[in-house]
Design a protein around this ligand. Structure first.
Ligand SMILES: NC(=O)c1ccc[n+]([C@@H]2O[C@H](COP(=O)([O-])OP(=O)(O)OC[C@H]3O[C@@H](n4cnc5c(N)ncnc54)[C@H](O)[C@@H]3O)[C@@H](O)[C@H]2O)c1
Ligand SMILES: [Zn+2]
Length: 365
């Protein structure tokens, strides 16, 4: 007996798509025989993005209600899920309603999860508004919320019915949020798309004038290719973890307060790159290009010495849970990575110290 399932959907990447979203959402509603939407957003995005989006829905005669949450990671929690489920119930939502997540990664993860569990699954549409959400969180179907004990502990794999990406939106983000999203773009560039990496290298100091449309499109295509279910390329998916072993450990060691996710990933990418240079897996010039580009994108590349041990403890724990295999992704060249089974304390220590002294990727001794 074989079971076939369909979870294909379109990702529309188009300047100004928020202003014309009704034209794109209407056919999806028709297709799944839905007749209204409930938009879930946060207070900040509500001010910046919602007016134009709502105007377009009204023009297309799509009935829409709006629920506005507090911005920030704290909203990605079970209490908010509970509150949203009650709101949906209270508003009489049933299967013919589509949820629309309008916001950053927090909103995409949270709304996708609520959609997955409400009445065993409502359709949902992502309108990612931060760069992090556009290139990463809104794509791939990973949804979920945090638990007091761990980030992203509760979740599901549940794909959206459509994703609308407006490359004009990141221009209104604070510079720190732009850099935050760019860390994930550097990641996919180094593991899979040398042209994307070169584009970042060339335009690193453009700030809000970055060529967002091309960057976002290439980053999404690269991520989707890495996620594709090719039985011969099972390792591809694991490459997406580049920078994340150290990144996640650093976020946990600093209580998720000191660094934005992309900043921790940037330090993770720099550390993995330094390890690769030390081991002779990648040349010093390539290492320099990766770490230099992160710096030019205003991303941190070194953690302070006070966190070295706590981060190692977290990595060691993961390594032990997985019976000694960490699957540590390291660059070989731009566009090509290797996976090392494990990382030794000496190798780790040497790398983080070289980066902290500010001579990361200079030498392989
Ligand atoms: N599911 C996945 O595959 C995946 C991948 C990467 C990240 N994530 C998750 O995404 C979350 C981080 O996402 P994030 O970095 O977008 O954070 P976020 O959702 O908290 O958004 C960052 C801030 O930017 C504001 N904002 C968003 N769009 C804006 C706009 N256009 N103009 C002005 N302000 C705007 C938000 O209100 C918020 O204050 C984390 O919880 C992370 O776990 C998930
Ligand atoms: Zn990430």
């Amino acid at each position: 007996v074989s079971v076939r399932r369909r979870d294909d959907y379109d990702i529309i990447i188009r300047r100004g798509v928020v202003r014309e979203c009704g034209d794109f959402i209407a056919p999806v509603l028709d297709h799944i025989e839905a007749n209204s939407v409930v938009i879930i957003t946060d207070e900040r995005v509500d001010r910046v993005v919602l007016p134009e989006l709502a105007r377009s829905l009204t023009a297309c005669r799509i009935p829409a209600e709006v629920i506005v949450l507090q911005p920030g990671e704290r909203s990605k929690s079970l209490p908010t899920v509970e509150r949203l489920l009650q709101e949906l119930r209270h508003r009489g939502v049933e299967r013919r309603t589509v949820l629309v997540a309008v916001g950053g990664g927090v909103l995409c993860d949270l709304v996708g999860f609520v959609a997955a569990v409400f009445m065993r699954g409502l359709p949902y549409i992502n309108v990612p508004t931060s760069l992090m959400a556009q290139v990463d969180a809104a794509i791939g179907g990973k949804v979920g919320v945090n638990h007091q004990s761990a980030k992203n502990l509760i979740g599901a794999l549940y794909h959206p019915a459509q994703v609308l990406v407006d490359p004009e939106l990141p221009t209104s983000l604070p510079l720190r949020e732009i850099s935050n999203g760019l860390a994930e773009v550097v990641k996919v560039g180094v593991i899979a798309d040398p042209c994307l990496f070169e584009l970042l290298e060339r335009s690193a100091d453009s700030g809000p004038a970055l060529p967002f449309e091309e960057i976002i499109r290439r980053a999404i295509v690269a991520k989707l290719q890495l996620l594709s279910d090719d039985p011969f390329e099972r390792d591809l998916r694991r490459l997406l973890n580049f920078g994340h072993s150290v990144g996640h450990a650093l976020e946990a060691a600093t209580g998720y307060r000191k660094y934005r996710h992309g900043e921790a990933v940037s330090i993770g990418i720099a550390t993995a790159t330094q390890v690769a240079v030390q081991k002779g897996v990648c040349g010093g010039d390539t290492g320099q290009r990766i770490i230099g580009t992160l710096t030019n994108l205003r991303l941190p590349t070194a953690m302070t010495a006070e966190h070295h041990d706590a981060v190692w403890d977290n990595i060691g724990m993961i390594q032990r849970i997985r019976n000694g295999s960490l699957n540590f992704v390291v660059p070989r060249s731009i566009g090509e990575c290797d996976i090392l089974e494990s990382l030794t304390y000496e190798g780790y220590r040497h790398a983080v110290e070289a980066l902290e002294r500010g001579n990361g990727a200079c030498s392989s001794d």
